[in-house]
Design a binder for this molecule. Structure first.
Ligand code: ADP
Length: 375
């Protein structure tokens, strides 16, 4: 009996949890060293334990109700998230109050408290570390996204500006040559300089529009004559087509085709398509590119056909995905930018192989609503 009692006492003293035994009126009868170290000098024999242990709910919990806790007839656990006011400061604790079992049951209580403050601190630290890593990761991601947007934008700019810059250089060189001619033809010099100015304006408008595209600002739509756009594109591409030995044929619609569109965007899209078509048709038998505009139901339809090899298999599925290219110096941005522009105007752009060979790209745009005189 005595040995067993000694063992029980030894265990009572050795456990890490604070154990306090009281009588039926909650007066302290026994406390182990863990309890004394947690509650300090206030924990003296005969003190009312309810006065010594001040529990508080943490901020995110409902207030702690001492009378409900101490007044329960059965064993009751402390609510989760309770702190204990101790001489060393508030500690987060877990615990339970249970009636003492055995002979004379109901004559006393045992309060078990476990200080979980440090554990909570570790969990909080681990969470904070996790959060910090997520934050770092998000920042890296944002940085990479910014970089790739920047890369994409500058690549797009290079693509769009290359054509007018090349034209400026060749018209400028032509003007210089003409100026060096002793019997110079003023009218030809003037034409070359005018062409230089036109191309420089084009380059400037490309920059303005690329900026619009990046900002995803709505396009400036107004009624546009498709036939007029076709004429402009044909004039702008005539020189390039001739250099490539490709016949460029434009067939306007016999009836006026008016669409609500951004004329510069539409011209840019068609220039891209015709330039691609000329590149594809170069060197093919009967090398030619045909641009046809016509009305189809409530839409304007513009087709760009070429006599080239057609769309290569791996490219066909990804034509409008940025950076899809089969060209050594290609950027693969022209078609994706063009489709974005067309969709921004309420239209679309598609590309496929024609049954007779070669590629055909189709631009569609809803026709402007005709407002006729009232009946
Ligand atoms: P890039 O001209 O810089 O390659 P694009 O987006 O304009 O970029 O074109 C993407 C790819 O689509 C081209 O590299 C080419 O493989 C294919 N492609 C475009 N137009 C034609 C065409 N008319 N005939 C054959 N392939 C074409």
């Amino acid at each position: 009996m005595q040995a067993e009692r000694a063992r029980a006492e030894g265990a009572f003293h050795a456990v890490g949890e604070a154990l306090i035994v009281t009588d039926g009126a909650h007066r302290v009868r026994l406390a182990n060293p863990a309890a004394r170290s947690l509650l300090g000098a206030a924990l003296t024999e005969g003190r009312d334990l309810r006065e010594v242990t001040q529990f508080r709910a943490t901020l995110d919990r409902a207030p702690f109700d001492p009378s409900a806790f101490w007044g329960q007839p059965e064993a009751a656990a402390l609510p989760e998230g309770v702190t204990l006011v101790t001489p060393g400061g508030a500690r987060l604790v877990e615990g339970a109050l249970a009636p003492v079992l055995g002979p004379g049951a109901g004559a006393g209580w045992v309060l078990v408290l476990r200080d979980v403050g440090p554990l909570r601190a570790r969990v909080v630290a681990a969470l904070e570390e996790g959060e910090r890593r997520v934050r770092d990761h998000a920042e890296t991601l944002a940085h990479v996204t910014r970089l790739s947007t920047l890369g994409e934008m500058s690549a797009g700019l290079a693509h769009e500006l290359n054509q007018p810059l090349t034209a400026i250089v060749s018209h400028g060189q032509a003007a210089l040559r003409l100026l060096g001619d002793p019997e110079r033809d003023e009218a030809r010099v003037r034409r070359s300089v005018e062409a230089t100015v036109t191309q420089a304006k084009r380059a400037a408008s490309v920059i303005v529009h690329l900026r619009t595209l990046v900002r995803r600002a709505p396009t400036q739509t107004r009624p546009v004559d498709v036939n007029q756009v076709l004429d402009n594109v044909s004039a702008l591409m005539a020189h390039e087509a001739e250099q490539a030995d490709v016949d460029l044929l434009t067939r306007s619609s016999p009836r006026p085709l008016t669409v609500p569109a951004d004329p510069v965007h539409l011209e840019q899209v068609l220039l891209n398509l015709v330039r691609n078509a000329v590149e594809a048709a170069r060197g093919s038998p009967g090398a030619g590119v045909e641009v046809v505009a016509r009305r189809e139901g409530l839409h304007a339809r513009i087709e760009v056909r070429d006599t080239g090899p057609g769309l290569a298999d791996p490219v066909r599925e990804r034509l409008f995905t940025p950076f899809t290219t089969t060209k050594a110096g290609g950027l693969g941005l022209g078609l994706s930018l063009s489709q974005t522009l067309m969709q921004g105007m309420g239209g679309d752009l598609r590309g496929e192989n024609a049954p007779a060979g070669g590629a055909v790209f189709t631009v569609t745009l809803p026709l402007a609503v005709e407002v006729g005189p009232r009946a």
